[in-house]
Every structure is written in structure tokens, then in C-alpha cells.
Write a protein that binds this ligand. Structure first.
Ligand code: GLU
Length: 264
């Protein structure tokens, strides 16, 4: 009998603590972020100069955007918790609740918009090819008989299948591994956003980006779908708009990608 009442007591206290927690933590995401005084953001660390590690700290264009958002939402740009995501993991990291939002060179596209939501864009990139400087390759069609490296879960995956359907595609989970393929001559080119290719050009001699841009990549902040994220989305859109109007986004651009157009 004693055991039964002890069990009932445990069940009741677990139930009670559940009620207390859920009544404390607001359901609405904007209120929840304000309540816990911290925003959890999915960021990449393999995508210099947008998200990478510098002197042991995360840095880059996306990191600056993230800090600005924390400053405007919570009054302090340090009230962030950064969680490392990859192109391939970011949607499930978001939808599983591991992060509140994603700021990770992520392009808006229709397929993604079926399962997650996006703010308005804060930057426009374009997909391009990076090749060794002495390569004769001069168009994406040339890749039909060749090997190309791409990042799994990126929009480049679709582009290559569309524009060079007979290319042999090798996919990796992070950018360093794809670049290694090119360095070791295991692929003839990499197809990725010009922004991230630019990061490799900055640090490595002997490579170039071809002038053609095959897509327009509208980078936006990703958030979960649903009523609970509505106010957060409105607030983020206001912040992006303010960053655009005040010249903040341009300053971030100048800081991280001053010569993007001159890499061709
Ligand atoms: N912007 C592209 C995408 O969202 C490629 C960059 C990335 O890997 O994040 O897929």
C-alpha cells in the first residue's frame, strides 16, 4: 500500500512540475526568447567568411547578423547561444527544437518553405564554380564528363543535376571536405555559393571562381512554421529592414566580403 502511495506521489509531482514548467515558459517563441533572455541560433562554422572560427571564437557575416538580432531583441549582443549546424543538418536541428532560428547562408526555396518558414532576405548570393587556376574548364556544361564536388543538403545539389546531368557528383557534409577533394584533384570543380568559395580563394592561392552565376540565392533567417513563431518572424523582419535602412548590413558586407566581385 505504502509503495502505491509513493508511486502516486511521484507521478503527481512529475505532473505538477510539468505544469509549472509549461506555465512558466511561454508558448509564443518571441516571448519565450525574452523570458529566458537568450536566443539559440544555428550557425555554420565551415563557411568562411559567413560562419567560421577565428581565434577560437565564432565569427563572420552571419555571426554579426545574429549578434545584431540579439542586441535588438534582448538589448545585448552576447545573449546568444550558438549551435553548430551544417547545410545537411540545419532543417532537422530547427524542426526538432534544438535551435530557435537558423542563420547559416541559408537560401529561401520552395521545397524548404514547405517545412520551415523564412524571414525576408538579408543578402543575395549566387552559385558559381571554383576551379584550379590552370584548369581549361570554362562552363558548367564542361562538367558533364567530369567530377564535381558539392555540399550535401545545399541548393547546389539541384543545380548541378539540372545544368550538368551527366557530371559525376561527389557530395560531402562540410565545405572543408569538399575543398580537400579539389586540392587532391579528386574533383575538377566545386559548385557552391560565391560567398563561400570567396572564403577559400582568400586563404588559398591557385584557384579561381568562374564569372557565371547560375542562381540567385536569397539568404534568410529560417524559423519554424506555425502561429507560435508569427510574432518572432514579424520582429525579425523589422530588424532586417532596420539593418538594411540604417546601412548596418552594408557595413557587415564591407567587413567580411569587400572584394567578392573581384574574385573572378
Ligand atoms: N545557400 C545555399 C543553401 O542554402 C548553399 C550554402 C549552404 O550550404 O548553406 O543551400
Amino acid at each position: 500500500m505504502k509503495k502505491v502511495s509513493l508511486l502516486l506521489l511521484i507521478i503527481f509531482s512529475v505532473f505538477l512540475s510539468g505544469c509549472v514548467n509549461s506555465s512558466k515558459e511561454p508558448k509564443d517563441m518571441l516571448s519565450r526568447i525574452k523570458f529566458r533572455n537568450k536566443i539559440v541560433i544555428g550557425i555554420k562554422k565551415d563557411s568562411k567568411p559567413f560562419g567560421f572560427t577565428k581565434n577560437g571564437e565564432l565569427a563572420g557575416f552571419d555571426v554579426d547578423v545574429a549578434k545584431n538580432i540579439a542586441k535588438r531583441l534582448l538589448g545585448d549582443d552576447n545573449l546568444t547561444e550558438f549551435v553548430d549546424v551544417t547545410a545537411d543538418s540545419r532543417i532537422s536541428d530547427l524542426n526538432s527544437g534544438k535551435v530557435d532560428i537558423i542563420i547559416a547562408t541559408m537560401s529561401i526555396n520552395a521545397k524548404r518553405a514547405d517545412i520551415i518558414d523564412f524571414t525576408s532576405p538579408y543578402f543575395i548570393a549566387g552559385q558559381a564554380l571554383m576551379i584550379p587556376e590552370d584548369s581549361k574548364l570554362n562552363s558548367i556544361e564542361n562538367l558533364n564528363t567530369r567530377k564535381v564536388g558539392i555540399i550535401l543538403g545545399s541548393t547546389g545539389e539541384k543545380t548541378i543535376r539540372l545544368l550538368a546531368p551527366n557530371a559525376m557528383v561527389i557530395g560531402k557534409r562540410n565545405y572543408e571536405d569538399v575543398f580537400k577533394l579539389l586540392k587532391e584533384n579528386k574533383v575538377d570543380a566545386i559548385l557552391a555559393d560565391d560567398t563561400i568559395l570567396y572564403g577559400f580563394i582568400m586563404d588559398n592561392k591557385g584557384y579561381k571562381i568562374l564569372p557565371a552565376r547560375y542562381t540567385r540565392e536569397f539568404y534568410a533567417i529560417a524559423l519554424r512554421q506555425g502561429e507560435e513563431n508569427k510574432e518572432l518572424k514579424e520582429e525579425l523582419n523589422k530588424i532586417i529592414n532596420h539593418m538594411q535602412q540604417s546601412g548596418k548590413l552594408n557595413r557587415i558586407k564591407e567587413k567580411w566580403i569587400p572584394n567578392l566581385q573581384k574574385t573572378e
